[in-house]
Design a binder for this molecule. Sequence first.
Ligand code: NAD
Length: 263
Amino acid sequence: MSDLLSLDGRIALVTGAGQGIGAQISRHFAEHGARAVIVNDYFLDRAQAVADEITAAGGSAFAVQGDVTDHAGMKALAESVREAHGPIDILVNNAGNSGANPAADVSAPFWETGPETWDSQIGVNFYGVLNSTAAVVPAMIEHGYGRIVTIISEASRYGDPGLEVYAGAKAGAAGFTRATARALGRHGVTANCVAIAATLTPAIEDRLAQNPERLKKMMSKYVIRRPGRPSDVANAVLFLASDAAEYITGQTYPVNGGFTFNL
Ligand SMILES: NC(=O)c1ccc[n+]([C@@H]2O[C@H](COP(=O)([O-])OP(=O)(O)OC[C@H]3O[C@@H](n4cnc5c(N)ncnc54)[C@H](O)[C@@H]3O)[C@@H](O)[C@H]2O)c1
């Protein structure tokens, strides 16, 4: 029986994969036979550690430094991957940052901040998706195949006080994904989002560990009463990146323990 989740022969780029969810997606992809997983991060040492771990476990992974907010840099990155390994078949837009203050329960509302804060939020969470997608799409069209999966946040659908700009940027990425899906479907390229809720990664672990009352209150809103694990997200991303999801595009998949439901 053929394994529809196999990524045999595929080249995948995962952005912001030096830790947390992106690192787990990279591990999943390698375990499912990707020919090469390109582990990108702003911090090369993080990406290298993940790539080394995957290689030691028998997978094929390569670390690449890159800042998703750098349009020309992401184009150059995609070109260098293409020269070394071949065209990128799968892009996971994972790099992101809520900008939440780890020491505070609730971050400052947007009207108390300004463009100097907003620009960096919109930069990584929205422009980062545009830059990375623009860098890989021409080769996907040329080859008539592509899978694009973008990690967004339930904040984009449900809101979150203090995360207004982040929520707007992530919602923008979802709108961009739908339009991209419509433009690229006839070229064999699908584009989907995975919308996640609280997931235990370095981005939030410390904050929640220091505040068990807050965690308890949060979990009372989740049908499955635990925070997400990176592997919960990686399972859904693997599915959407695989041939099993050939007929799914333009969608937002919630991986959120039942925090919200799709209608
Ligand atoms: N963890 C959560 O609870 C949660 C909830 C909702 C959405 N998300 C989203 O999931 C994704 C992954 O989150 P995480 O919790 O694993 O984050 P994380 O902070 O643990 O890891 C993110 C990685 O991205 C890298 N990165 C940041 N900016 C970058 C840039 N400009 N270019 C390249 N790399 C960059 C960081 O160096 C870091 O290694 C993000 O898009 C985030 O917004 C996370």
